[in-house]
Design a protein. Structure first.
Lengths: 382, 600
């Protein structure tokens, strides 16, 4: 089982972000952490499977004083069965964490750090309304190394308004110059309600060109491959052995428990998600002694039928570009073969050059990686 | 009952000039309908009519009025359809009358269709009772408007009755004028029965109900009747009068207006303009002027969801029950699947049918570009009439193509003469004449191909003149033209539903526009999609929809699989609504692009 902990706080909101995160709620840090711990305690009784990965995401988990993170993590180790080999990741913002803080974090058992670098172009960082500038990335990265982190990820964004292929290649080269173990390349999505989308719609920022984004993606893939990074997922590359175990759980459609405001959980035919506002979440957990099923904080959920689970397994699994979905795994899980369930669709998509069989694994073709939605949708029940 | 106490009349008015309100006042003043039962605008009983402010179907009502001379008169008000596509129906309703009230808005003056209908009435020697309505409005200029009417049609301004239908002023005087000025019906009560059918509707229990005006003779209940044009014979279930609801009676006498419940199941048997007589009568000559229904505008109607085909079929059947002028037959399009080719009297008729299908039957339909009926003469001298570009014979076998031309008349404020001239010229119109109605308003006359009018012409005219222009049109005749079929190829495959017939001079421009619009309307596919416009084998315009390169969600944040899946499901649903042209997914909007070619 994977365990996700959501920390819905940031120092500032970025212009493209539509995540469940809030600014200026410092006074709620302690009550929120208490609620988070309370939710964990209530759910740990029912979800006792060993935890293979733990992920502190946000928001920005590192806005919390280290003492609060200590409360969260030590409680988790106490109430869940966390495997010794577990991957424990925290997200962090460049320029906001000191060496002491990082050392303390490492000391708490966090063994992987994911830094939201996003870009190595000052203008782009300003447009994204990030709080850091280019030099902070290298600085924080080196501090993390000094604090003992030997598994570091950098998040980068491409397909930005006004971004050129040259500036993207520059960003990528700077990032690789730091020699991270893992990189995530995300194409910008203009999300509803974000200032950046409003600016693009109002014509104050140029609309991103999807063809240019495709060029950026392809040139990045080439560059990363030449430096020994392996693309294991549509947006993720790593040195061999450094694939993100936590995210692999999502893509393999295996169970995870999400704690915190707006967190999602999945297992045994049910997916649910918690209320998003911080205060609502705290209120749900205040004084909660027993668990109204599935969680006192649950806002809503959906039953996932077997047919839907099969579709989602392909929708997620095919994102793993080499692993794909193995016929044997699928059969073992669902008792039917891929071929008998999706024969026609598979035939159509392999014919269109978007899917290919790698011996007994069904995978996206190289072209299919950029056209994943066209493939995934076909496997979802109508 | 004395024939001399019957008065049959209709009301001629422009939309919004107050016809329905005036009719309501007459019903009230004669006690035909009580204040309490007064639903606003009794005569227009379809929701759509009320919304559009036009009368689609004619209706009739019998009123009893005791005049100042002490005699009680039978007044029959025959309502006429208020728009241009139903000119024939209007003419039949008018000849069922001896008089007509001409209603003109005291703030607006006379409009194109009113004048056209007035001419129709004069042609049939109807006595005109002119009314200047809305005199209660501060902007009313009754004297000027009366003068305008006198100048135009020679009705003495002094005879004009000032009325405010809204406030009820002048209604009494109007009733007196009807009694005094409109002559009683002149038919021969001893002659064999001849009744004119001027409208009909379908009733689930009584079958097709014919609205009739008895011209000669009389009809008693229980007598079998015969229809001369359709050669149908039947024993009616019932006859009676409109009060305004149907009230059964014993006899319909010479000059009276009433209904005959025929029991026929199809409205086609009861055609407007036909003559109804007794089954036993021999050698009865039909009343003059009957014309079989002749649709002028044709379009394919397809359900947006293929599975709604049967629902569309049922809906058309039901609409046809009450609308003999709607014709349709099954049609299959390679691109759109199963649907119907429907014929309409004109563009407004088409619009109304489409709206009724969508509103009353909850159907989403896709209408192809409308077409007119072309007469094609082949090299071997045969003449074929086609109403769809798809039916056009092979180019090599065509000697010539003729298309219908219309005589159109536009009333507009003089300030818009320039823009109107420009837009009509672009549509191949030939200028006829211009006449000043007064200092500010003119009447422009043109000859114009109907095909140029059926795409967006009226809307454009309205927007060009800020809504002030009014339009009237009539069929003039067929004329040979240099016409060609413009085909559209998507991914090298001709799309039947996008073909149009155009004048050769416009083919290049239209083709280019069509290709540009389609390029915008067709989303990028997994491969490059060439779009071409071609006349015969010659490609006149071409553009490519570039292949889709990137369509993948970047991130699955914190295990929010549901949201991701919903996005994909939405995308998938969107695709299902598209029509497949070969292997290309074409959204429904793309088929509408041809309809918008008339713009700018």
């Amino acid at each position: 089982m994977a365990l996700y902990l959501h920390i819905p706080f940031c120092q500032a909101r970025c212009s493209y972000c539509d995540f469940n995160t809030y600014v200026g709620l410092d006074h709620l840090y302690q009550p929120y952490v208490s609620a988070l711990i309370q939710e964990g305690r209530l759910l740990a009784q029912q979800y006792s499977q060993p935890v293979g990965s733990l992920f502190l995401g946000g928001g920005t988990p590192t806005v919390l004083p280290i003492e609060l993170l200590r409360q969260v993590l030590t409680t988790c180790f106490e109430i869940f069965v966390v495997e010794d080999s577990a991957e424990i990741t925290s997200e962090a913002n460049p320029g906001t964490v000191s060496l002491d803080y990082l050392q303390a974090l490492r000391g708490l058992g966090v063994n992987r750090l994911s830094l939201g670098a996003q870009s190595f172009d000052e203008g782009e960082l300003a447009m994204l309304e990030r709080i850091h500038d280019v030099q902070h990335v290298g600085l924080t990265f080196e501090r993390a190394r000094a604090a003992g982190f030997d598994n570091l990820n950098l998040d980068l964004i491409y397909g930005l308004p006004g971004q050129t292929l040259t500036s993207w290649v520059h960003t990528l080269e700077c990032a690789l110059g730091l020699a991270p173990e893992h990189v995530s390349l995300y194409c910008l999505t203009l999300e509803e309600g974000t200032p950046m989308r409003d600016r693009v719609l109002a014509g104050r920022l140029p609309a991103p060109d999807p063809d240019l984004a495709a060029d950026m993606y392809e040139s990045a893939a080439e560059c990363l491959a030449s430096k020994g990074y392996r693309q294991y997922e549509i947006s993720n590359w790593s040195l061999p052995g450094y694939e993100c175990a936590h995210n692999l759980t999502y893509w393999r459609n295996r169970p995870y428990l999400g704690l915190g405001a707006g967190a999602h959980s999945w297992g045994v035919g049910l997916r649910w998600w918690n209320v998003r506002p911080v205060m609502a979440y705290i209120h749900r957990l205040m004084g909660a002694r027993q668990t109204p099923w599935p969680s006192p904080a649950a806002e809503d959920g959906e039953r996932i039928s077997r047919l839907l689970e099969m579709g989602e397994t392909l929708m997620l699994g095919l994102r793993l570009v080499y692993e794909g979905v193995a016929e044997a795994d699928f059969h073992q899980r669902f008792g039917v073969s891929l071929e008998e369930t999706y024969g026609d669709v598979i035939h159509e998509l392999t014919g269109a050059g978007l899917l290919a069989w790698d011996q007994t694994r069904l995978c996206l073709s190289e072209r299919g990686r950029l056209l994943g939605n066209q493939v995934f949708a076909k496997f979802l029940p109508s | 009952m004395d024939q001399s106490t019957i008065r049959n009349f209709s009301i001629i008015a422009h939309i919004d000039h107050g016809k329905s309100t005036l009719a309501d006042r007459l019903l009230q003043a004669t006690g035909t309908i009580s204040e309490r039962d007064m639903q606003e605008q009794v005569l227009d009983d379809m929701e759509l009519e009320r919304e559009k402010g036009v009368t689609i179907k004619a209706s009739a009502v019998l009123m009893h009025y005791q005049a100042r001379d002490g005699i009680t008169y039978q007044l029959n008000l025959i309502d006429t359809p208020g728009h241009v596509d139903f000119t024939y129906e209007v003419s039949r309703a008018l000849i069922a009358c001896e008089g007509a009230i001409l209603v003109v808005d005291a703030t607006q003056g006379i409009e194109a269709q009113t004048l056209a209908n007035l001419y129709l009435a004069l042609e049939h020697d109807l006595e005109i009772v002119p009314v200047v309505n809305k005199i209660d409005l501060p902007s009313a200029r009754p004297a000027e408007v009366a003068q305008e009417i006198e100048d135009l049609v020679g009705i003495d301004a002094a005879d004009m009755l000032p009325v405010s239908a809204k406030e009820g002023t002048g209604v009494e005087a109007l009733l007196e004028a009807i009694v005094a000025r409109v002559p009683p019906p002149s038919g021969d009560p001893r002659a064999p029965l001849r009744a004119l059918i001027f409208d009909s509707h379908y009733d689930a229990y009584k079958g097709v109900v014919a609205y009739v005006r008895v011209v000669d003779g009389a009809l008693d209940t229980g007598k079998a009747i015969r229809l001369l044009a359709t050669e149908r014979q039947v024993e009616p279930l019932e006859l009676g009068f409109f009060r305004p609801q149907m009230v059964p009676g014993e006899r319909l006498l010479t000059g009276q207006v009433g209904y005959i419940a025929t029991g026929f199941k199809t409205i086609r048997n009861v055609q407007v303009g036909d003559t109804l007589t007794l089954a036993e009568a021999v050698g009865v000559s039909p009343l003059p002027g009957y014309q079989p229904i002749k649709p002028m505008v044709f379009a394919g109607l397809y359900p947006t969801e293929g599975e709604d085909y049967t629902l569309l079929k049922d809906a058309l059947e039901k609409l046809q029950l009450n609308d003999a002028s709607l014709i349709y037959e099954p049609e299959t399009s390679q691109a759109l699947g199963f649907g119907f080719r429907a014929g309409f009297l004109g563009l407004f008729h088409m619009e109304i049918i489409q709206e009724r299908l969508e509103r009353e039957y909850g159907l989403e339909i896709l209408a192809t570009a409308p077409s007119v009926a072309y007469q094609v003469t082949t090299r071997d001298n045969r003449v074929v009439t086609i109403d769809s570009p798809a039916q056009l014979p092979d180019e090599a076998t065509i000697e010539s193509i003729s298309e219908p031309w219309m005589r159109i008349s536009i009333f507009t404020p003089a300030t818009y003469i320039g823009p109107v001239m420009e837009m009509t010229t672009k549509r191949r119109a030939e200028f006829g004449q211009m006449e000043y109605l007064d200092e500010q308003r003119v009447r422009l006359e043109y000859l114009m191909p109907l095909s140029e009018m059926i795409v967006d012409f009226y809307d454009q005219l309205k927007s060009t003149t800020r809504g002030y222009a009014s339009l009237d049109y009539h069929f003039d005749g067929y004329r040979q033209g240099d016409l060609v079929k413009l085909d559209v190829l998507v991914n090298n495959q001709p799309v039947d539903a996008l073909s149009i017939i155009v004048h050769r001079d416009q083919a290049y421009y239209r083709g280019q526009r069509l290709v540009t619009r389609l390029k915008e309307a067709i989303p990028r596919q997994l491969f490059t999609v060439p779009i071409q416009a071609a006349v015969g084998k010659r490609v006149i315009s071409r553009a490519n929809v570039k292949a889709l390169r990137k369509d993948v969600l970047a991130k699955c944040y914190g295990g929010d699989v549901t949201r991701k899946r919903k996005l994909l499901e939405k995308q998938k649903k969107g695709k299902r609504r598209m029509k497949m042209v070969g292997s290309v997914e074409v959204p429904q909007e793309a088929f509408m692009t041809v309809l918008k070619l008339g713009e700018d």
